[in-house]
Design a protein around this ligand. Structure first.
Ligand SMILES: NC(=O)c1ccc[n+]([C@@H]2O[C@H](COP(=O)([O-])OP(=O)(O)OC[C@H]3O[C@@H](n4cnc5c(N)ncnc54)[C@H](O)[C@@H]3O)[C@@H](O)[C@H]2O)c1
Ligand SMILES: N/C(=C\C=C\C=O)C(=O)O
Length: 478
C-alpha cells in the first residue's frame, strides 16, 4: 500500500519515506511520505481556498449529498478498506468488516441525515429590547462553519476515528486537513481517493502523512491558518497540542486517554458481566480507548468472577497484536511492573509463543491481575493493552469511590439487575459515558467524550455540529 498526501485535489508524495511495518509479523509492507512543513502549509492554504470557492458557498443539502457520495464510495470499496485496515493494524478481519468500515460509512451517513431538513436558522420571537436604548427587535441565530479544521487521529481505530471527525466537520461546511497516525496511513489514503472520486471541490478535504512531534502533526496543530483542532490520542499529546495551539487561541475538541472502570454488583447477571468484561477488556487486544482496565466486583461474587474471567482470558486464541514493537514493549513493561508491585497474575502476563509467523509480530497475552493497591501505577496509568486489574468492594459508595479515584474519566460499565441501583449509580460515575449491562453500544447522536484527563468537549450528533460551527446572533431593530 502506497500512502500519499492529498492536497488541493492533487495526490503527492513529498518528503522522505519511512517504512510501514506489519504488526502481525513484523514485515515491511509499505512506505509513507513524511510531509515537510511546506506540504502542511500547502494543505492549509488549499483548505482556505476551498472555503472561498464552491465548497464555502455550498448549502446543507449539497453537503449532505456529498457526504452520501463518500459513504457510497467507501461501501463500493468495502473489501479494500477492510484489507488495508487489517494490513496496517494486524487486527482480526472480522473486526474491520463488522466495526471499522461499517462505522466509517455510518459516520458519513449519520451526518448527512442530520443535515437533512436541519434549520439553517433558529429564530427567537419578537421581544422588547433589553438594551438601554430599548425598542423592539427580531433576533435570529445562524451557524457559520469554523473554517479550516485540523483533524489529528490515532492508530487504534484509524478509519473510524478519522471519519468520526471528518464527516461532521465537512457537514458543518468546514474544510479539513487530516493528519492520521504514522502507524496507520493506508485507509486515510483510500478515503482521499474516495473523496476525490466523489467530486468534493479541491481543498475541501486534505491529507498529510507523517509523525507528530517536530513533524507534520506539530506543524499542523501550531499553524496560524488553522481555525480549530479535533484531536484523538493520548492525554499527554493533548497537552502538547494545547500548548502548541495556545498562541493562536485555537479551539480544540479532545478525545483522550482513559483508565476505564467496571462495577460488577453481586445481583448482576454474572454470565453477562463476565461476557461483557471479556469484550470490554480484550476486544482489539485492549487497544480501544473505551476498554476496561479496572474491574471492581462486589465481595460475595468476587472469587467466582475472577476465576471465570481468568479462564476466559486463557481461552482467547485469535487475538491481534499491539500496533508496534514499541507499544508491545510498553505493555510488557507494565506486566513486569504489576509483578513488582505485588500483583497476582490470574491469566497471561507475558508474550505468547505461537510457533508460526505471528511470533515475528507484536502479540501480548490477554492478562488478568488482582491483589494490587489502588495506588499502584498498574491501576492508575493507562496501559492500552489486553489487561485488567480486578479488586473487590463492599458497598455502593465504596464502589463509586474506587471507580472515580482516577485522573481519567472516559467510559465505564455497570453490571446490576437492580433497576433503581442502575439509575442511582450511573449518573454518579465520573466518566463521559456509562454503559449499564452492556459495552460500546453506540448511538451516534449521543454525546461522546471524556471528563478530566480524558478529553475536552463532546462529539456525536448535534454535539459535533455545534463544535464545528459558530452560532451567530443577528439582531434587527424593528
Ligand atoms: N477518547 C477517545 O475517543 C480515544 C480514542 C482512541 C484513542 N484514544 C487514545 O489514544 C491513544 C492511542 O493512540 P495514539 O498512540 O495514536 O496516540 P498519540 O497521542 O501517540 O498519537 C495520536 C496522533 O497524534 C499525533 N501526534 C503525536 N504527538 C503530536 C504532537 N506533539 N503534535 C501533534 N500531533 C501529535 C500522532 O502522530 C497521531 O496522529 C491512547 O491513549 C488512547 O486512549 C482515545
Ligand atoms: N469515538 C468512538 C470510539 C472511540 C474509541 C476509542 O478507541 C465512537 O464509537 O464514536
Amino acid at each position: 500500500m502506497k500512502a500519499e498526501h492529498y492536497v488541493g485535489g492533487v495526490f503527492r508524495s513529498d518528503g522522505p519515506a519511512f517504512p510501514l511495518i506489519s504488526p502481525a509479523d513484523g514485515a515491511e509492507i509499505g512506505a509513507v511520505p513524511e510531509a515537510p512543513r511546506q506540504v502542511v502549509d500547502d494543505a492549509v492554504a488549499a483548505a482556505r481556498e476551498a472555503l472561498r470557492g464552491p465548497w464555502g458557498a455550498s448549502g446543507a443539502e449539497e453537503r449532505a449529498a456529498a457526504l452520501r457520495r463518500v459513504a457510497d464510495g467507501i461501501q463500493a470499496r468495502f473489501e479494500e478498506f477492510a484489507a488495508a485496515e487489517v494490513a496496517d493494524t494486524g487486527r482480526p478481519r472480522a473486526f474491520a468488516e463488522t466495526v471499522d468500515v461499517p462505522r466509517a460509512i455510518g459516520n458519513f451517513r449519520a451526518y448527512a441525515d442530520l443535515l437533512y431538513g436541519r434549520p439553517e436558522r433558529a429564530y427567537t420571537t419578537q421581544v422588547p429590547g433589553w438594551s438601554a436604548g430599548g425598542g423592539q427587535a427580531l433576533n435570529y441565530t445562524v451557524r457559520r462553519p469554523l473554517g479550516v479544521v485540523a483533524v489529528v487521529s490515532p492508530w487504534n481505530l484509524p478509519l473510524l476515528l478519522m471519519t468520526w471527525k471528518v464527516a461532521p466537520a465537512l457537514a458543518a461546511g468546514n474544510a479539513v486537513v487530516v493528519k492520521p497516525s504514522e502507524e496507520t496511513p493506508s485507509t486515510a489514503t483510500l478515503l482521499a481517493q474516495v473523496i476525490d472520486q466523489a467530486g468534493l471541490p479541491a481543498g475541501a478535504f486534505n491529507l498529510v502523512h507523517g509523525h507528530g512531534p517536530g513533524a507534520a502533526g506539530e506543524f499542523l496543530t501550531g499553524h496560524p491558518g488553522v481555525d480549530a483542532i479535533a484531536f484523538t490520542g493520548e492525554s499527554a499529546t493533548g497537552s502538547a497540542i494545547m500548548r502548541n495551539a495556545a498562541a493562536h487561541v485555537t479551539p480544540v475538541s479532545f478525545e483522550l486517554g482513559g483508565k476505564n472502570p467496571a462495577l460488577v454488583f453481586a445481583d448482576a447477571d454474572l454470565d453477562a458481566a463476565v461476557d461483557g468484561t471479556v469484550r470490554s477488556s480484550f476486544t482489539h487486544s485492549g487497544q480501544i480507548c473505551l476498554c476496561t482496565e479496572r474491574v471492581y466486583v462486589e465481595r460475595p461474587v468476587f472469587d467466582e468472577f475472577v476465576e471465570r474471567l481468568g479462564a476466559r482470558a486463557r481461552e482467547l486464541k485469535d487475538y491481534g497484536p499491539m500496533i508496534s514493537a514499541a507499544h508491545r514493549d510498553k505493555v510488557l513493561s507494565y506486566y513486569r511492573l504489576a509483578r513488582e508491585e505485588g500483583a497476582t497474575v490470574v491469566a497471561g502476563g507475558g508474550a505468547p509463543s505461537f510457533g508460526d509467523g505471528r511470533d515475528g509480530g507484536f502479540h501480548v497475552e490477554p492478562t488478568v491481575l488482582t491483589g494490587l493497591p489502588e495506588t499502584a501505577r498498574t491501576v492508575r496509568e493507562e496501559i492500552f493493552g489486553p489487561v485488567c486489574h480486578v479488586a473487590p468492594f463492599g458497598t455502593e459508595d465504596e464502589a463509586l469511590r474506587l471507580a472515580n479515584d482516577s485522573p481519567y474519566g472516559l467510559a465505564s460499565t455497570v453490571w446490576t439487575r437492580d433497576l433503581s441501583r442502575a439509575h442511582r449509580v450511573a449518573p454518579k460515575v465520573e466518566t463521559g459515558i456509562v454503559w449499564v449491562n452492556c459495552w460500546n453500544l453506540r448511538d451516534l447522536r449521543t454525546p461522546f467524550g471524556g471528563v478530566k484527563a480524558s478529553g475536552i468537549g463532546r462529539e456525536g450528533g448535534e454535539y459535533s455540529l455545534d463544535f464545528f460551527s459558530e452560532p451567530v446572533n443577528v439582531c434587527i431593530q424593528i
